[in-house]
Design a protein around this ligand. Structure first.
Ligand code: G3H
Ligand code: 13P
Ligand code: ZN
Length: 310
């Protein structure tokens, strides 16, 4: 199955109480690893790029690679704009063939978030492009902006927001955070809040800031000269609970970054004479592939690609 609208993935996952894995990429290696492992696992997948990924790689390169591969895989996949911050970025994504966008004005006043999101829906809906929006504020780092506090999503406001905007999917804040430092103690996800948000909205929900921040990769980074202190992720069991309560898309970026950094630091320390980038990046990508597989299996998404067929 080729590149599909995110709408298909969101709506089917909501019906089946499943979560579609979503991974961030900003280069050829990550895109290749995500698509190949998803195909091996027979899982649908969201391929997503942030605005800073677009600034880094250029949208022509990122979308061009995906468009060239649109008929090459047997799994359904969507190209998604992650944390789009303006109408201009959304229009850019639409022009480049993205099949799903996120508009994130969660840090703006509620009325502004509603108005701009509504406008994005009016542009995307006729084109069959899904729209994800965020309500509430996650902790951690979003596009290099530090959020000092976490404001969790109010279930009644979530319902009002969904009705007013006509979005396809909502990303609520329930206690996760972006980046490798999710909390000082154990992260406390507000599952009762999630249950209420699902009950009120009945719509596809997205979990951001969901990385596990696996100890082995943090330890490997530190062992080979890195300095990542007090890193803390979301326990895998919490993600299973969240899926059961109606999370239908789970975003992972940090875990791939940590695995890559660990692999690269190791190979550069152990193989001091290598200068061929392929021989440095290749082994690091093996660690990234393992994490992609682990996450897809964790969500129970392996073998579900066929369930997204029309
Ligand atoms: O929220 C998404 C990311 O983990 C931040 O990614 O550094 O590409 O903006 P970025
Ligand atoms: P992590 O930083 O937990 O991987 O979250 C990524 C994310 O939410 C991308 O939108
Ligand atoms: Zn996010």
């Amino acid at each position: 199955m080729p590149l599909v609208s995110g709408r298909i993935l969101f709506e089917r996952a909501n019906e089946l109480v499943l979560a579609v894995p979503a991974f961030n990429f900003s280069n050829l290696e990550f895109l290749k690893a995500i698509l190949e492992v998803a195909q091996e696992e027979e899982s649908p997948v969201f391929l997503q790029t942030t605005e800073s990924a677009i600034r880094y790689a250029g949208i022509e390169f990122l979308s061009g690679m995906v468009m060239a591969l649109r008929e090459s895989f047997q799994i359904p996949f969507a190209l998604h704009l992650d944390h789009g911050r303006s109408l201009e970025t959304v229009l850019l994504a639409i022009r480049h063939g993205y099949t799903s966008v996120m508009i994130d004005l969660s840090d703006s006043p509620y009325e502004v978030n509603v108005a701009v999101t509504k406008k994005v829906v009016s542009l995307c809906a006729p084109l069959g492009i899904s729209v994800e929006a965020e309500l509430g504020v996650l902790g951690g780092e979003e596009d290099n902006v530090e959020c000092p506090k976490t404001f969790l999503t109010d279930p009644q406001e979530a319902k009002d927001f969904a009705l007013q905007t006509g979005i396809t999917a909502l990303a609520p804040a329930i206690g996760t955070a972006h980046g490798p430092f999710k909390s000082t103690g154990d992260p406390q996800l507000d599952f009762e809040r999630l249950r209420q948000i699902k009950e009120e909205t009945q719509m596809p929900l997205v979990l951001h800031g969901a990385s596990g921040v696996y100890y082995e990769y943090v330890a490997e980074i530190n062992r080979y000269g890195g300095e990542i202190k007090k890193a803390k992720g979301i326990p895998e069991s919490d993600l299973k609970t969240a899926i059961g309560l109606g999370i239908n898309k789970i975003n992972t970026d940090t875990d791939l970054r940590l695995a890559f950094t660990a692999g690269l630091r190791r190979i550069m320390t152990e193989e001091k004479s290598i200068t061929d980038p392929r021989k440095l990046i290749g082994p690091a990508m093996e660690e990234v592939r393992e994490v992609i597989r682990r996450r897809i299996r964790l969500y129970g998404s392996s073998g579900t690609a066929g369930a997204y067929l029309p």
